[in-house]
Design a protein around this ligand. Structure first.
Ligand code: AMP
Length: 300
């Protein structure tokens, strides 16, 4: 079933103990779309500015991402983000963020996208997320991601969005920040009481936690020795999860569990290099092989 995403499309600079990548392709919807495309086609809605390098578009030759909804806006500048990872690679500081075109209106949604059933609102301002949602009243599943900046600056818009979505994906620190809870299970339950039917809390190298009205699941991360750049781990996790659900066209908790495992696997590949470099090299077979290894590891 057709899957659509909106979120940031950015020019990132990343400083990590493993090296530095300057002015590389990034953004929440980019990592999401690339990861989801291993399971089926993905539609992307978003805007970039005049400064968006042409060669970034070549990256999409590797992924089945429909770019009809991507606008290059004259007179605007692309979203930019710069981050620095701590020695442990689990924590990072945002050094600079320039919203630029992200603070402007979303581009129009192409007519051909109207039958989208699976909607993912990747990290961007909650107003743009709500606008995408408004365009799909007959959707099957709507899931959103959010982050500290929006919890800080646009909490009321975010709370309004939570009442309208089926699922929320966010990291551990953000779940605590949003709810004020002291433990993650409690935080997830508070969020479920705010509207969505399920919450997935991402815990970096410690895996993920699902709290769903039909049950719970805690999954470890796939153990990766060679972590180069964790940027986009959360977005690629969400892309794998939503891509799997849309391809299965099944939103039961049973399928959601497998979808989370695929999200875990694609994120484990993504962090093995900067930007989308590792995802560009792999195939669905590579994903399936690592998935089987993950399943074998968990046989209890
Ligand atoms: P993740 O590591 O999964 O949190 O995703 C990192 C990506 O999110 C980077 O490629 C950034 O360009 C993008 N990003 C960083 N801050 C924001 C923000 N406030 N809103 C939307 N996207 C962001």
């Amino acid at each position: 079933m057709p899957l659509i995403v909106t979120g940031s499309i950015g020019i990132d600079s990343v400083h990590a103990p493993t090296g530095t990548a300057t002015d590389v392709l990034g953004g929440s919807s980019i990592y999401f779309a690339a990861a989801a495309s291993f399971f089926g086609p993905v539609r992307l809605v978003g805007a970039v500015g005049e400064d968006f390098p042409d060669h970034f578009l070549e990256t999409f030759n590797h992924f089945a991402v429909d770019l009809e909804g991507l606008e290059r806006r004259a007179g605007s500048k692309t979203f930019r983000w710069t981050g620095r990872y701590h020695e442990n690679m689990n924590e990072r500081d945002t050094l600079e963020v320039h919203l630029n075109v992200l603070a402007e209106a979303l581009p129009p949604i192409p007519e051909a996208y109207r039958d989208s059933q699976y909607i993912f609102l990747a990290n961007t301002d909650p107003g743009s997320q709500a606008q995408l949602l408004d365009s799909f009243p007959d959707r099957r599943l709507a899931v959103a991601d959010t982050m500290d900046l929006w919890i800080d600056t646009q909490k009321s818009q975010l709370l309004a969005l939570l009442e309208r979505i089926d699922g929320l994906v966010l990291n551990d620190a953000e779940a605590i920040m949003l709810t004020g809870a002291t433990n993650l299970v409690q935080a997830a339950e508070v969020i479920v009481a705010m509207g969505p039917r399920f919450v997935v809390i991402k815990k970096g190298e410690h895996g993920s936690l699902l709290v769903h009205e039909d049950g719970h699941l805690a999954l470890p991360a796939f153990p990766v020795r060679n972590v180069v750049d964790p940027t986009g781990a959360g977005d690629s996790f969400a892309g794998g999860m939503m891509g799997y659900l849309a391809a299965a066209d099944d939103i039961s908790i049973r399928t959601l569990r497998t979808a989370m495992a695929y999200g875990t696997i694609i994120a484990s590949f993504n962090i093995e290099s900067f930007s989308l470099d590792r995802m560009k090299q792999i195939t669905r077979d590579d994903l399936d092989r690592r998935f089987e290894g993950f399943r074998a590891m968990l046989e209890l």
